[in-house]
Design a protein. Sequence first.
Length: 292
Amino acid sequence: MSDRLRIALQKKGRLADDSFALLKACGLRFAIRGGGLLARVKNMPIDLLLVRDDDIPSFVSNDAADIGIVGENVLVEEQLTGELDATIAMRLGFSRCRLCLAAPDGGTVKSKTDLSGTRIATTYPGVTRRFLSDSGIDAKLVEMKGAVELAPSIGVAESICDLVSSGATLEANGLSAFETILKSEAVLIRSSRELSAAKTELLDKLLRRIEGVIKSSETKYIMLNAPKSQVAAITNLLPGSDAPTVMPLAGNDELVAVQAVCTENVFWETLEDLKALGARAILVLPIEKMMS
Ligand code: ATP
Ligand code: MG
């Protein structure tokens, strides 16, 4: 293969947009057009291989791509059902979902103990089979390629094992999840093959940038005014921050300005608690880039 780092990505679907956005936030410049299989990154020696998500682990394993971005659920499924040389290099935190067992509301299957002797429809036979054998349950799997949520209503299975994010699809089909068998998020995968020195350097650089993008998306800069007497209590409330900067306010002896970098999510509840301690003029600002 050439010395351009090749990244396998989902062309279209639930992973695609966030994968493209992540790489763009890392400074890669590229355009995704219509039918092409390969997109060239203009400002770095990187090519993007645009494919179906199910093929990504095997493409990485078989040297069609150096790395890939795929749902952990697909990676684990492929690891369980085929011979795969691909493992997680970094968790990416988007496209979060759960692989769940679900059954019709008011039906005979209400929990995993009701599954023995029944049929379970799924597009994830590997992960589902592993769960059943770990739990000592003897049930039959019905493999489907899609529209698994329809299986109970057409009489193909008594329950399903499918991906859930908001739960809206289950609800719309009169189904309720009763067991989570795998939690998933997008992951960056690579094989155990050694890369050339140039690609290794580029990959390290990319991984550091991805880390920076993920960190900065969670990190916020907080600015507020606080009564001097409450600075210690307020500092305690700031999520994941080191010692804040505390500065005097011109013409005001009671209040000080407090500024801090918070490396964890700042929720509305935190702001309400800060306010209750006497903090005023609270600003939460996004951080665009960071490198520690
Ligand atoms: P492709 O055409 O590339 O094979 P697909 O239809 O198999 O796409 P998508 O529905 O685009 O796959 O989902 C891709 C991944 O997004 C899933 O494997 C999963 O990791 C993640 N995902 C997040 N939320 C959901 C959800 N509610 N339903 C399905 N997948 C989800
Ligand atoms: Mg797919």
